[in-house]
Design a protein around this ligand. Structure first.
Ligand SMILES: NC(=O)c1ccc[n+]([C@@H]2O[C@H](COP(=O)([O-])OP(=O)(O)OC[C@H]3O[C@@H](n4cnc5c(N)ncnc54)[C@H](OP(=O)(O)O)[C@@H]3O)[C@@H](O)[C@H]2O)c1
Length: 340
């Protein structure tokens, strides 16, 4: 079972482990200039997925003189397509040897599988003691309230990236929490590690035949298996969705911040949630694109992503907005028919 699916299965049975580290995440975005003024060598993990190939041109624009490399699964049929984006491809599976492979770069971006902490753990281990910057891309699946009713929960916690207590409350049992905790703790131990947590992304893949992204894949494979797009209760619970261009602009905004942010005063955790969609609306929009009809069902009948569909996700990127970032669309309704 792939990582994200396995994680969903376990999501409601795991006990939270508190993020025990003692130094809290600073909420200040004013920092002293550091040795990092730009990045000359960049390594990207996840270059054959949805985000990676969209991010590469934006990195080339933001860092025109940097050399950009990508670690790609050995023998991948997408190697030529990644090379065509103008990056050097190094064939490397992340399950072994990653500690060594990340060494020597100014910036390492982890856009692989945020539900499995193994890649972030290995990358952080390899970068320990260096002056490199590490950016982990994570997902707002962390911020669901765990309800099974499908109804909007007005009392659900609003996770705010400007609140040190919210960042400190991120824990291993959250959808992407274990890897987030690794990155947060690595920063406390001196690595220039940052996390950007993003809503469910929609966008047309750059590479033909590449993944449509973690969330769109999960939702559409669940619906196809069921033969309908499930709605639990009145479906007024909310999922946060973001267009790929907005996700990429958030990544670049955070990277620009990291060029001068360093040490204890740096803000380490950013959220880019995007737009609120009710689960009822998602069932209609995905239903139209997949030629399936929405169906009101019980939690038990809603498939392997029932844990998401029953929930309300509430997060806000106060710190990301302070960087000048804002989601501007296009909408899911406009884009999804081109994806599925
Ligand atoms: N899409 C979303 O809705 C969303 C939202 C928020 C956060 N995120 C996070 O952002 C990151 C990228 O998302 P995405 O949607 O672009 O993911 P994706 O389409 O599933 O792509 C994942 C990438 O990681 C590579 N990868 C995974 N395990 C690997 C391994 N063991 N060795 C080598 N390569 C490996 C994949 O290579 P192959 O192509 O060879 O499999 C692919 O390039 C993930 O961490 C995801 O959880 C995604």
């Amino acid at each position: 079972m792939p990582g994200p699916l396995n994680k969903l299965k376990n999501l409601f049975s795991s006990k939270p482990t508190k993020n025990t580290s003692t130094t809290s995440t600073s909420t200040s975005t004013s920092n002293k200039p550091s040795h990092k003024m730009t990045y000359n060598s960049i390594l990207i993990l996840g270059a054959t997925g949805l985000i990676g190939p969209h991010l590469i041109p934006a990195l080339k624009k933001a860092y025109p003189s940097a050399s950009i490399s990508a670690l790609v699964r050995p023998g991948s049929d997408k190697i030529a397509a990644v090379q065509a984006l103008g990056v050097k491809v190094i064939e490397q599976d992340y399950s072994s040897g990653l500690e060594t492979a990340v060494k020597g770069y100014d910036l390492v971006i982890d856009s692989a599988n945020s539900a499995d902490p193994a890649t972030t753990k290995a990358a952080v281990e390899g970068l320990k003691g260096s002056k490199a910057t590490f950016l982990r891309l994570s997902g707002c699946g962390n911020f669901i309230n765990g309800s099974k009713t499908g109804e909007y929960d007005h009392d659900a916690k609003l996770w705010d990236d400007s609140k040190a207590e919210d960042i400190a409350a991120i824990h291993d049992a959250m959808f992407n929490g274990a890897g987030d905790v690794v990155a947060i703790n690595a920063a406390k131990e001196g690595l220039e590690a940052f996390t950007l947590t993003i809503g469910g992304i929609y966008g047309v893949p750059v590479i033909k035949g590449a993944s449509s992204g973690v969330f769109v894949n999960l939702y559409s494979s669940n619906a196809k298996q069921l033969g309908y797009t499930p709605v639990i209760g009145d479906g007024s619970g909310v999922m946060q969705m973001i267009h790929i261009d907005d996700a990429v602009s958030a990544i670049i905004a955070v990277l620009k911040y990291t060029e001068t942010a360093s040490g204890a005063s740096a803000h380490r955790y950013f959220i880019a949630p995007g737009f609120d969609y009710t689960w009822k609306r998602l069932a209609e929009v995905f239903g139209n694109a997949l030629n399936l009809s929405p169906k009101t069902v019980s939690f038990e009948e809603a498939g392997f992503i029932a844990g998401l569909i029953g929930s309300t996700m509430k997060s806000v990127g106060t710190k990301t907005a302070e960087l000048g970032w804002k989601a501007t669309g296009p909408t899911l309704e406009e884009v999804l028919p081109q994806v599925l």
